[in-house]
Design a protein around this ligand. Sequence first.
Ligand SMILES: [Zn+2]
Length: 345
Amino acid sequence: MAYEITRDYIHLGNARSGQRLQGVKFIVSHATGNPGSTAYANRHYFDTRQPSASAHTFIDDKYILEIIPLDEKAWHVLYNKPTDNDLFGVDANDAAIGVELCYGGNIDFNEAYKRYVWYHAYLCKTFGLDPARHIVSHHTLDPERRSDPFDAFRLYGVTWDHFINDVIKTLKASNQSPPQAPQVEDPARLPLKLGDKGDFVKEIQKDLIRVGFPLPRYGADGVFGEETESAVLAFQKRYGLHVDGIVGRETLAKLSEVIKQKLDQEEFPLPNKTLKLGDKGEDVKMLQRALKHLNFDPQLIDGIYGKNTEDAVRRFQSMYAALKDDGIYGPNTRKFMLMELQQKK
Ligand SMILES: [Zn+2]
C-alpha cells in the first residue's frame, strides 16, 4: 500500500451511533468546513464534543485517519435531502462512506490531496465501486447548503473532473501487477495566467462573467487569452487586489467570496422592470421587502406602490448623486439597490 491508514476510532455517542451501515454503495467526498484543522484536530473535536454529525475518514498531509469504522454509519449528509435517494436509491448515511479532506493553514495541499485521491481509489477497490459513478460530492447532494469539496479544490486549481480522473488513474495503477505507485500528478495548477488552457480556466471565465466581468469576444472558451487577462485585471482592480492579471490563491478566494455574495443576494431578488406610483402586484411587494431590508421603510409590504413606497424609493435615490430623486423604480435604481443588498450581506 502506498499510504498507511490509521484507525483510531472515537467513542460511541452522538457522532458515532454504532449502527451498522447497510453495505457500502457509494462514497461522499467532503472537505472540512474549517480550513487549517488537521485530521487529528477533527478527531478530537468529534470525540469530545460528539456533535450529531460526523464522517468516517479525515485526511490531511500526514494522516488518513478513520475515526468511525467503515461498517458503521456516520452522519455526513442531511437525511431529508433527496438526491442521494434519486442517484443511489438509499440515504447516504445508511450506505455511504464519508471522506473529509483537511486543507488550508499549514496543511500541505499536494500531500493531503494525494492521500485523498489514493484513499478514494482504495475504497473503490475494496468495495467494488466505479469512481465515475459511485463517488459524489457533498455539494451535489446538498447544493443549497454545501459547496464542499469544490470550495477546497478551487483554491488549488483542481476541478471535480481532475479529481475523478486522478482516482481512476490511481485505481488502474493499483490493479496492475506488481501494483504501481499512485499516478497523481502535482495537483496544484495555480497560478493561471496568459496562455494557460483547460477546464479550470473555463471555470474561472464563467465565474468572471457571472460576477460582472464579461468576455464578449471569446466567452468561456477555456483559453486564457488577452480578453480573460483584461477581465482578471479589472476584477483585481475593483476588489483592491494585487493587479497582475494572474489568477493565484488570493484572486481565486476573492472570486469565490463574490460569487457567494451573489448567491446570497439572489435570495433577495429585485424586480427587473420599471415601477411607479399606482402600480400593484408581487413585483411591488418584492421591492418593498428590499426597501425595508435596506432601512428605507415603505411602512406597508402590501404590493401597492403608494405614497409611502414612492417616498422610500425617493429617499433611497437621494443617497446617490447618480440617481434622479423621482420616486420611480427603474434600472438605475435597481442597480444601486443590488449593490447595497450585496454589501449588507
Ligand atoms: Zn461535507
